[in-house]
Design a protein around this ligand. Structure first.
Ligand code: ATP
Ligand code: MG
Length: 160
């Protein structure tokens, strides 16, 4: 039941200087950071990460948004971490994301607005949506030697 999941702090989060506040939420929940790095991805890498969306009409704006600056990639570990992190991240559309979620607290635009402007939906963060995709995404973003196994206080006080 201990899972790993991929989180990306998208360029809009990095450029707004809110990365630390977002990472703190995961640390506060007791999730363990097992990998972390900053990468500026290109169009080719975007197509690999967002392979399921490449054929969709909004993909060009998504690619422009995710390649506009560096992202911070995190591999997080914890009990049923994939679903937990999705819950903390909130709905894809910032307008719909509930207060208390990361997207709900740090963003507000609608998909309708982004589509009308021809820009990507700046929703701060990505999180893997299934255990299978989490495994694939962590393999895409991290080399084995960039992922670390260590004991945190949560292994003693939260998980045990
Ligand atoms: P992410 O994969 O980035 O974590 P998500 O899993 O909540 O987001 P997906 O359905 O995987 O949502 O969509 C990937 C990204 O594509 C979204 O984060 C958003 O920026 C963009 N997107 C999704 N649906 C639309 C849409 N209908 N119109 C415009 N952009 C969209
Ligand atoms: Mg997704």
């Amino acid at each position: 039941m201990i899972e790993r999941t991929l989180v990306l702090l998208k360029p809009d989060a990095v450029e707004r200087g809110i990365s630390g506040r977002i990472i703190a939420r995961f640390e506060d929940a007791g999730l363990k950071i097992v990998g972390m790095k900053m990468i500026w991805i290109d169009a080719e890498f975007s197509k690999r990460h967002y392979a399921e969306h490449v054929h969709k009409s909004f993909y060009p704006t998504l690619e422009a948004m995710i390649t506009m600056g560096p992202v911070i990639a995190l591999a997080l570990e914890g009990v049923e971490a994939v679903a937990l992190v999705r819950k903390m991240v909130g709905h894809t559309e910032p307008k719909t994301a509930a207060p208390g979620t990361i997207r709900g607290d740090f963003s507000h635009v609608s998909i309708h607005y982004a589509d009308a402007k021809g820009i990507g939906v700046k929703n701060i963060i990505h999180a893997s949506d299934s255990v299978i995709n989490a495994k694939k995404e962590i393999e895409l973003w991290f080399k084995n030697e960039e992922l670390h196994t260590y004991k945190s206080v949560h292994d003693v006080h939260t998980i045990a």
